[in-house]
Design a protein. Sequence first.
Length: 114
Amino acid sequence: MPVLTGSIEADVPVSFADREWREFIGRSVYDRFPEGYEDLRSSLSELDADEGRVTFAGLGEGSARVSVELEYTPRDPVDPESDLARAQRELDHDLEKYREFVLRRCDEELCRRN
């Protein structure tokens, strides 16, 4: 089975990245982004991955890496390679949206220690 992979790095504490990942996914699934965040809606729920995992790693003081691996069965039997490429692009795009989301949230909540 093909595996989609991607990761981002953000200047936020790893515990904050973990907490906000759940918030980001929940808001994406239920389409409940607050005013000012509508442009960050994710298509992760539309990706319809079979299963996967998300890992959070600290990169030193106050930085985190979020990595995603998703098992994905192409839905287009005529052109599975194009479907797989589309799904990878969606994952990459959504990870960038998450990076922007978590950085905005961190700025709002002053999550970085000075």
